[in-house]
Design a protein around this ligand. Structure first.
Ligand SMILES: Nc1ncnc2c1ncn2[C@@H]1O[C@H](COP(=O)(O)OP(=O)(O)OP(=O)(O)O)[C@@H](O)[C@H]1O
Ligand SMILES: [Mg+2]
Length: 284
């Protein structure tokens, strides 16, 4: 397969889940190209496949069939190690439920992805503090999630998503649990990140927000049924984190076993960040 020139290239992507004797075709042949500097708003009714697509884009899950490449690298058929490197390098993920660890402080939560990247402790703290400060959390560094408001929790989650300096930020209903004022504050942060050059892909149920990207993408029954321009222009400052080049031998995609019908997401900082191992690990 020739390397794609798109930041994200998706061709006939499928994700099926076996449910007893039935198969749920959560994604049923998705075709989509995303360019650097895009801000995609993904809309669709409940159960249409939005989160399934986001999990595939975030490399937290693997497709049943089809093509998914990120920055020219195959991401659909990789084994875990090259996939983790690709994820660490390019992708930050923000969840509706924040997914922070209650026993860790703000700084420790933000630093967690750097543990997985093998960054030394002192540098982890310095980068996490800088990321927290950039989200206006400089006076909350040693607080735990229980001591924060909803908007502060989501800002911690965004700071954590950005700490690896990804070029792509994925956000699955990032304002879904917030009141309208706090939701507006979080959106201002996301617009700023876009203007600074990040590529964003966001799921929303809010019709007003859905027009505020560079494109609105509608998913129905696991397929894209609409791809229309939004009010925002593609960010001119968009840059890939590193020049496109052939992957080094160590990071080249190695085939992995095909996806089973129903399975848990691949282990990742956000998906597996539970339990005492992570607490001792982030404090080491
Ligand atoms: N792990 C799973 N096992 C079985 N079925 C699943 C699994 N994950 C998702 N599905 C099914 O896939 C379909 C798409 O789910 P998905 O979570 O992507 O929807 P969504 O568009 O994000 O909905 P919502 O707006 O409610 O968040 C649904 O029918 C759902 O029940
Ligand atoms: Mg969803």
């Amino acid at each position: 397969m020739a390397a794609s020139t798109h930041l994200i290239h998706i061709d006939r992507l499928e994700r099926h889940f076996a449910m007893g004797a039935n198969v749920v075709r959560a994604l049923d042949g998705v075709n989509l190209n995303v360019e650097a500097g895009d801000f995609l708003m993904i809309v669709g009714s409940s159960g249409s496949g939005k989160s399934t697509l986001m999990h595939l884009l975030g490399l937290l899950d693997q497709p049943t069939a089809g093509v998914l490449s990120i920055n020219g690298q195959d991401a659909a058929h990789c084994s875990d190690a090259p996939l983790s490197r690709l994820r660490n390098r390019h992708i930050g993920f923000v969840f509706q439920q924040f997914n922070l660890l209650g026993d860790l402080t703000v700084v420790e939560n933000i630093a967690l992805p750097l543990v997985y990247s093998g960054v030394p402790k002192a540098e982890r703290r310095a980068r996490a503090v800088a990321s927290a400060v950039s989200m206006g959390l400089g006076d909350r560094l040693e607080h735990t999630p229980a001591e924060l408001s909803g908007g502060q929790l989501q800002r911690v989650a965004i700071a954590r998503a950005l700490v690896n300096r990804p070029d792509i930020l994925l956000a699955d209903e990032p304002t879904g649990n917030l009141d309208s004022v706090t939701s507006g504050e979080i959106m201002q942060i996301l617009y700023r990140l876009h203007a600074e050059g990040h590529t964003l892909i966001m799921v929303t149920h809010d019709p007003l927000l859905s027009a505020q990207g560079t494109r609105r993408i509608r998913i129905s029954d696991g397929r894209i049924t609409e791809d229309t321009p939004g009010l925002r222009v593609r960010s001119r400052r968009a840059r890939l984190r590193s020049p496109r080049r052939s992957p080094a031998a160590s990071s080249r995609c190695q085939p992995r076993p095909p996806a089973r019908g129903s399975g848990s997401p691949i282990c990742s900082a956000s998906a597996s960040a539970k339990g005492s191992w992570h607490i001792s690990c982030v404090r080491r």
